[in-house]
Design a binder for this molecule. Structure first.
Ligand SMILES: Cc1cc2nc3c(=O)[nH]c(=O)nc-3n(C[C@H](O)[C@H](O)[C@H](O)COP(=O)(O)OP(=O)(O)OC[C@H]3O[C@@H](n4cnc5c(N)ncnc54)[C@H](O)[C@@H]3O)c2cc1C
Ligand SMILES: *[C@@H]1O[C@H](CO)[C@@H](O)[C@H](O)[C@H]1NC(C)=O
Ligand SMILES: *[C@@H]1O[C@H](CO)[C@@H](O)[C@H](O)[C@H]1NC(C)=O
Ligand SMILES: *[C@@H]1O[C@H](CO)[C@@H](O)[C@H](O)[C@H]1NC(C)=O
Length: 585
């Protein structure tokens, strides 16, 4: 017992140190690595100008796909103009090579960026990041698809405009947010998904010899092909340019309020209807909910120059990351659930004390509400700012240091089903009160609002998107997907979330018809995208030892769990049709 309390005490100290460093944030981080690494680099292709490299591997921001494989490509191209993009697609089409687009940081966890086999090619959009047109009277902006959200927000603000809602992490690109249908949080207006603000885009796809093997299409609002292209998983070709409908720059007012979770089922939907940018963080094992009350305010008569710099997206010293990781691994190994619960409470208390990284003037937090311009609050990610410092500090998930490594499950549940789904999570917690403590270490269950989209692979109904981040899978995925018809986030999740998912999209067939027209040879498709789109029936589940713990299968035998570590395949306790790995003592 002494041993335990002693250890917990020292862990507490370490966590306070981490938090202190996060809040001080005096340290600068290292630039994330390019997700494409090539062993040879030749500066030009046949055209003589286009930058090209060969013999490459591709990975994502965290350095690992769910199945732990590495992806390869024979060549990587770095076009700097749409014309170069067209010649790259033409080259691939003529040679019948598999192709994928890779963005600057490759933030999707799913295997969307891997071309099939070793002989394919990848097209990096990292040099396609310019503003092409700003129209203040029409309130539109046209940008190249490789532009990061951060730059999009900055450029819009310079013209006194704002994208009303977006993901919270600014390292994502315009092409990538469209590729996966990434949202922020809002039920109001056009909602929270960036693709619902697209009024025009240009896309480069394969073509026949008569058209020079590549074709550029301009898709306008109202064209059903735009509904296919604005959430495309990258299988229709390369999006070159995107025009977004913006709004006059506005201010918003943010207040975090902590309450008991007893009525969360009743509150969740109402809260989203009441507050334009609200979101909810739920710590079920602590019986606590943090409501983010977040509304647009009149910027002419409401003062404030607040800034949001979320603690979790700041850089941390590698040494601290190592400590956090080692601590969690030890807790896992010792099955120290109480320890996890204590760490979790400490972390959530600290985030609350530090106002989650909000300041009223960019320096100090003096109290709620924090009022500030949209561009200073909607998205963040200072850990990307970075002179190289030998990785003494870096983003918390940098795969080059042994740091935080996590799994994510993200799905949306229709508003009409939210109350019952939440009740099921509450039942799970009642059965095993500490089972969800692991979530607290990664900001609980994060709930955001998304709206019905005309995109064929977009949301089918107004919904709440639930984010579960954890070290080891302990999430109600099967309840959400199979009992409540949940839809997966295309860029997050592990394999099991996609089983049968495509059948829940009413217009999936329309999407596939357009795919057939745009890319009849399936050059932009891969085994993974075919599986996800239901074109390749088997393979999403990888049945092997331990697969259910890895999120690669739904267990049907104990061996799919880890019987040696005491995990056996059992029916779910709340949803009897689920098959989950349960600890047997
Ligand atoms: C720290 C962090 C925070 C995050 N926060 C959020 C959040 O708040 N909300 C949310 O929804 N998601 C979030 N995500 C997940 C992320 O939004 C998605 O995975 C996102 O789509 C990735 O964007 P990316 O630019 O990195 O694209 P990638 O992951 O590189 O690409 C995604 C897909 O789009 C395709 N693609 C990219 N560009 C093009 C193009 N020009 N033409 C055709 N296809 C293209 C790619 O080939 C790939 O298939 C977060 C991820 C991280 C790591
Ligand atoms: C390709 O790169 C790998 C390392 O990633 C190396 O082992 C191999 O020799 C390289 N092949 C060629 C043809 O350069
Ligand atoms: C801005 O948009 C309006 C309306 O669509 C259009 O008439 C005008 O030509 C555009 N201006 C620029 C500079 O593109
Ligand atoms: C700001 O102005 C709006 C109308 O323009 C008014 O409704 C609101 O009450 C004003 N707020 C304050 C704090 O004066």
């Amino acid at each position: 017992m002494d041993y335990f309390s002693g250890r917990i005490f020292s862990v507490t100290k370490i966590i306070w140190l981490i938090i202190f460093l996060m809040i001080m944030n005096t340290v600068k981080s290292s630039t994330p690595e390019d997700p494409i690494k090539c062993s040879s680099s030749s500066s030009s292709s046949s055209s003589g100008v286009l930058k090209k490299k060969s013999n490459c591997t591709i990975t994502n921001f965290i350095g690992a796909f769910p199945d732990r494989t590495t992806c390869r490509a024979a060549e990587a191209f770095y076009p700097t103009t749409e014309a170069e993009l067209v010649s790259t697609v033409a080259y691939a089409t003529l040679a019948k090579k598999k192709v994928k687009v890779v963005t600057r940081h490759s933030h999707s966890l799913t295997k969307l960026v891997c071309p099939d086999g070793d002989e394919g090619l990848v097209i990096s959009t990292k040099y396609l990041d310019r503003v092409l047109n700003v129209n203040a009277s029409a309130m539109t902006m046209t940008v190249e698809s490789g532009m990061m959200l951060r730059q999009l927000i900055e450029e819009a603000a310079k013209a006194n405009m704002a994208l009303p809602s977006s993901p919270y992490w600014w390292g994502l690109t315009v092409g990538g947010m469209l590729g996966t249908g990434a949202p922020g949080s809002s039920l109001w207006g056009l909602g929270s998904q960036v693709h619902d603000y697209v009024i025009q885009l240009r896309i480069v796809s394969p073509a026949g010899p008569g058209e020079g093997y590549a074709k550029v299409r301009t898709l306008e609002n109202g064209n059903p092909e735009l509904d296919a292209a604005k959430v495309s998983l990258g299988v229709l070709g390369v999006i070159s340019q995107v025009t977004l409908k913006l709004q006059p720059l506005f201010k918003r007012s943010v207040t975090y309020v902590t309450k008991s979770d007893s009525d969360i089922g009743d509150q969740a939907v109402r809260f989203g209807r009441e507050h334009e940018f609200g979101d909810i963080t739920w710590y079920p094992s602590q019986k606590q909910v943090i409501y983010r009350i977040d509304n647009r305010v009149d910027s002419s008569n409401t003062s404030g120059n607040g800034l949001y710099d979320f603690l979790g997206y700041r850089s941390l010293p590698s040494l601290v990351l190592l400590t956090i990781r080692t601590n969690e691994e030890t807790r896992e190994a010792l099955e120290d659930i109480n320890g996890k619960c204590i760490d979790g409470r400490l972390i959530s208390t600290t985030f609350r004390t530090a106002a989650y990284g909000l300041t009223n003037d960019g320096i100090l937090f003096t109290g709620y509400p924090v009022v500030g311009y949209q561009n200073r609050i909607q998205a963040l990610g200072t850990c990307l700012d970075s002179p190289e410092d030998l990785r003494i500090t870096t983003c918390p998930w940098d795969p080059r240091v042994k740091g935080i490594f996590y799994q994510v499950t993200t799905f949306s549940v229709a508003l009409s089903q939210v109350k019952s789904f939440i009740a099921d999570i509450q039942k799970l917690v009642t059965l095993e009160p500490k089972s969800l403590c692991g979530l607290d270490l990664y900001s609980g269950i994060f709930m955001r609002y998304v709206t019905t989209s005309s995109a064929f692979l977009g949301k089918q109904e107004d919904s709440i998107e639930f984010d579960f981040t954890y070290y080891r899978s302990k999430d109600p995925l099967q309840i959400a997907m199979f009992k409540y018809n949940g839809l997966p986030h295309w860029g997050k999740n592990r394999n099991v979330a996609f089983i049968g998912a495509i059948n829940k999209f009413e217009n999936a067939d329309k999407f596939l018809k357009i795919k057939q027209i745009y890319d009849p040879l399936g050059l932009f498709s891969s085994k993974w995208t075919d599986q996800v789109l239901g074109l390749n029936k088997d393979g999403l589940s990888i049945m092997k030892e331990g697969c259910a713990l890895e999120g690669l299968c739904i267990c049907s035998e104990d061996v799919h769990c880890a019987p040696k570590k005491g995990y056996f395949c059992r029916p779910g306790k709340v949803y009897g049709k689920a098959r989950v790995c349960a600890k047997q003592y």
